[in-house]
Design a protein. Structure first.
Length: 197
């Protein structure tokens, strides 16, 4: 096993959020897990030292409202590709992967995993309760990794920007990560009972 630095250039919001990336090869075998703690700016990612597995160092800045950048670096520090996330997680373009000689060997492209949920919250207004109906639009993006023209890996973050139940349905379909059983809390507004539309 080899350990490489994972650097966040800015904190990802104020929540105690974690990103989980489970990376699997074409056979479905997990070759690495990347866990990012939003409270820490400098972290390490452990990558199996296996010649049969692609070796990436991912630099991740991701949140629904801030960050919005994903880049891939080689262990020697060279950035081999970068993609900018637009809006609430939409990726513009692809991450292009190169080998040590500089030849292009593959790409990371975003999958379409938009989900919309209807949430009902309650807030105190003056002396009474006002039911507040809100739309909670969030996304779990799936980054598909292709090497030499074939899909090799699939990266699926769990960013807690989506309800636990909805995330589980999406993630079970992808089969990459297990969501944490915690609801999303924003200030005094509790997002509950999301419904898929």
């Amino acid at each position: 096993m080899m350990e490489y630095p994972l650097t966040l250039t800015k904190r990802i919001g104020k929540m105690n959020a974690r990103l989980h990336f489970d990376v699997k090869d074409a056979t479905g075998k997990q070759v690495m897990r990347i866990e990012v703690d939003s409270r820490k700016l400098n972290q390490n990612v452990t990558i199996p030292a296996n010649d049969a597995s692609p070796i990436f160092d991912l630099q991740i800045q991701f949140h629904r409202k801030t960050g919005r950048q994903l880049s891939v670096r080689l262990p020697d520090g060279r950035t081999v590709g970068e993609a900018v996330l637009r809006g609430k997680g939409l990726m513009a373009g692809e991450v292009v992967l190169h080998d040590a000689t500089g030849a292009q060997i593959g790409t990371i492209a975003s999958g379409d995993s938009w989900k919309t949920g209807a949430s009902v919250g309650f807030m105190t207004l003056f002396s009474g309760l006002l039911p507040l109906f809100a739309r909670n639009k969030a996304m779990i993006p799936t980054y598909r990794v292709t090497l030499h023209g074939r899909e090799a890996l699939k990266l699926t973050p769990n960013n807690r920007g989506i309800s636990t139940g909805e995330a589980r349905r999406v993630i079970e379909k992808v089969g990459d990560v297990k969501p944490e059983d915690e609801p999303l809390v924003l200030g005094g507004l509790f997002l509950i009972a999301p419904l898929l539309t």
